[in-house]
Design a protein around this ligand. Structure first.
Ligand SMILES: Nc1ncnc2c1ncn2[C@@H]1O[C@H](COP(=O)(O)OP(=O)(O)OP(=O)(O)O)[C@@H](O)[C@H]1O
Ligand SMILES: [Mg+2]
Length: 292
């Protein structure tokens, strides 16, 4: 299966779960903001075509993406906030009229977001997947070279059994995409006036169990904190909200991403010219001695 790179983009990292409402969008947004804060050129693609959350999380409900013609093709300019270049269907001027969204399949719309956006140079492109393992996810994973996937779950068993379906689509027998690890969200609640107490409202152990099952890393636990909910409702920057535990959690997650992926050498040639399936950067079509 030949998977293409997006021009200028070094790594694509998808954030997924078989289950809805576990915090995929929260994790994707704040991972992107943290990577940008660490100095990486960061992009965020809101792949949740039917329920885009990013305009709200970023406080950009009123923002509009500009579309312009380049030759015969339409291109979009991402909106930039908190250092992150963001694109979301929720920010399209008029989704009904915009010519580029006329395609019969939502996957077409997503492809336009990936390939017909003026991204510039990007170190990390984070993709916020919709819940589940539907067409959008599968067609993205089939078409693009994805460096890693992050699975989000909450600690309870029912969430894990759903999250498992999300993790399963990345395994070697299916899409064969490296799992970076598991994020457990809403792991516990600590009341503000009792900072030493932890209440395990949604049970315990789910993230760890899922990571073990898929032989991947248990990356980080994120507690249930009012600041998280409040910042996504008001569109303020959670990373700058001053919650030390939350900031530390996203710092750890971002670190796992860049420590793991920075080591990989990326070919900077235009891979669209190279159709060799397992090109090691040395094939006839590609004169660069880099890894693809
Ligand atoms: N750690 C947390 N503490 C408090 N609230 C949280 C936390 N994580 C997420 N939330 C809140 O839970 C809700 C669901 O989160 P989010 O939208 O990120 O989940 P999702 O998995 O992307 O959902 P969907 O499947 O609908 O796309 C949001 O209101 C968010 O603000
Ligand atoms: Mg979401």
């Amino acid at each position: 299966m030949h998977r293409k790179r997006i021009k200028g983009v070094k790594h694509i990292v998808v954030v997924a779960s078989g289950k809805g409402g576990v915090g995929k969008s929260t994790v994707a947004a704040n991972l992107a903001i943290m990577l940008a804060k660490k100095g990486y050129k960061t992009a965020l693609v809101d792949a949740d075509i039917y329920g885009p959350s990013m305009p709200i999380i970023f406080g950009l409900s009123e923002a509009k993406i500009s579309v312009y013609m380049r030759g015969e093709q339409e291109f979009m300019l991402p909106v930039e906030k908190y250092g992150v270049k963001l694109i979301s269907l929720g920010m399209l001027a008029d989704p009904k009229q915009a010519v580029i969204w006329r395609g019969p399949l939502a996957a077409n719309a997503l492809n336009m977001m990936f390939t017909n956006t003026e991204w510039g140079d990007i170190d990390y492109m984070i993709v916020d997947f919709p819940p589940g393992t539907g067409d959008i996810q599968i067609s993205t994973l089939q078409q693009y070279k994805i460096s890693a996937a992050i699975i989000v779950t909450t600690p309870q068993i029912i969430a894990v059994s759903d999250a498992r379906k999300g993790a399963d689509m990345f395994t070697p027998g299916k899409m064969n995409i490296p799992l970076l690890g598991v994020v457990e969200n809403m792991s516990w609640f600590t009341p503000q006036n009792h900072p030493d107490e932890k209440y395990f409202i949604f049970g315990q152990g789910g993230g760890d169990a899922l990571a073990r099952e898929f032989n991947t890393e248990f990356l980080v636990q994120i507690p249930l904190v009012k600041d998280v909910c409040a910042s996504s409702e008001t569109g303020t920057n959670l990373i700058e909200a001053g919650n030390a535990i939350i900031t530390a959690a996203f710092e750890k997650l971002a670190e796992r991403v860049y420590l793991q992926l920075d080591e990989e050498e990326i070919c900077d040639c235009d891979e669209e010219d190279c159709d060799e399936e397992d090109c090691d950067g040395n094939c006839a079509e590609c004169s660069h001695k880099h890894k693809h």
